[in-house]
Design a protein around this ligand. Sequence first.
Ligand SMILES: *[C@@H]1O[C@H](CO)[C@@H](O)[C@H](O)[C@H]1NC(C)=O
Ligand SMILES: *[C@@H]1O[C@H](CO)[C@@H](O)[C@H](O)[C@H]1NC(C)=O
Ligand SMILES: *[C@@H]1O[C@H](CO)[C@@H](O)[C@H](O)[C@H]1NC(C)=O
Ligand SMILES: *[C@@H]1O[C@H](CO)[C@@H](O)[C@H](O)[C@H]1NC(C)=O
Length: 338
Amino acid sequence: MASRVLVILLLSLTLAFAEPLRRRGAVQVIKQVKEKGPYLGVIAAYPPEEIAFFASKAFKPDPNHPFVELSGRLYRVGKVFDKKVIFVRCGFGMLNAAAVTQQMIDVFDVIGILHFGIAGSANDSISYGDVTIPKQFVQTGLWDWLKPNGTLGSSDFAHLDFGDFGVPKGNNLLGRVGYSSEEFFSVNGKPNLAERLIWAKVTSQWLHLASNLEGIELERCVNSSFCLTRSPKLVSGVNGTSADIYVDNEAYAHFLFQEFQVTSVDMESFPIVMTSLSNGISVIVIRGISDLAGKTGEQDIDTFEDLAATNAVTVLLRLLSMLPSSSLSSSSSLHHHI
Ligand SMILES: *[C@@H]1O[C@H](CO)[C@@H](O)[C@H](O)[C@H]1NC(C)=O
Ligand SMILES: *[C@@H]1O[C@H](CO)[C@@H](O)[C@H](O)[C@H]1NC(C)=O
Ligand SMILES: *[C@@H]1O[C@H](CO)[C@@H](O)[C@H](O)[C@H]1NC(C)=O
Ligand SMILES: *[C@@H]1O[C@H](CO)[C@@H](O)[C@H](O)[C@H]1NC(C)=O
């Protein structure tokens, strides 16, 4: 009896110490990984994007520390061409995207973030397999939900009346939504003082580099027997939007296009850009079009998501190869110059 109690006691002691030991091990690994930086952070959101990235075989894992586990995410450490890269899949939605971006910046020596993935298109001129590199993103999920004809708040920069979408048009008890701007805190601003942010802009030098890629050849076949009849294209400098909303509704996609002149519609880009800007870090977003956000007669998202992810990766890799290594050789002091 006594020996069994002792065994249990020893077991629970071992378990109690195992966790801190593991964490100490992780701290060591993180320190060593960090010392080998600076890195470019590459963030995907959704498994088909991660699969397309690794299928390209461009990523060479670091032989000593191929990955770090943090908060249930797998940060993979390695190189793409001559660039040191940390890759992570954040999971979908604004919370995952912001949390992972901030964690990556806090934990590793990351001097810039390249986010890629798939998106819906609200622009009739942009379709399946095309790739967008937006200039800026607007958050369209921060709502003041108001009474019918309610007065918009001072931070609201746009609104939607549900009555406008009735057939025929009329009043609707769901009333009105005011689109509110974000509270933006930044290393370049006064501490604890938020500014209002409507459009979060990607890094202009990187966007300029990316614009030189227009005309790049992209894949047009889903498989050996199913191809698009046109060649997909890369378009840079458009607008994009994000919200915790999966848009599969033609009327709403049309509203987004009319009201905000947005092309790509997704659930992660805005928080990744905003968080990078808060920290003074360079950022760019590459989104391949997998669907038309609910347009009548569109293909199911499954049909083109792999093609869209593959084309986004093609653009990502070309851009990575073009980023000047010189601007990536030293850390924090350069944040504002690259
Ligand atoms: C909202 O305003 C419109 C136009 O002024 C008016 O026709 C409508 O009756 C109002 N709706 C409500 C619910 O007050
Ligand atoms: C992007 O949005 C801004 C602000 O609404 C607008 O002025 C601009 O024309 C839009 N850009 C494009 C390419 O549609
Ligand atoms: C829609 O896409 C076309 C084709 O690339 C582009 O030229 C145009 O600026 C886009 N419209 C808006 C409002 O962004
Ligand atoms: C090719 O893709 C299309 C569309 O998803 C599908 O219907 C078809 O079965 C696929 N063909 C092959 C050979 O995999």
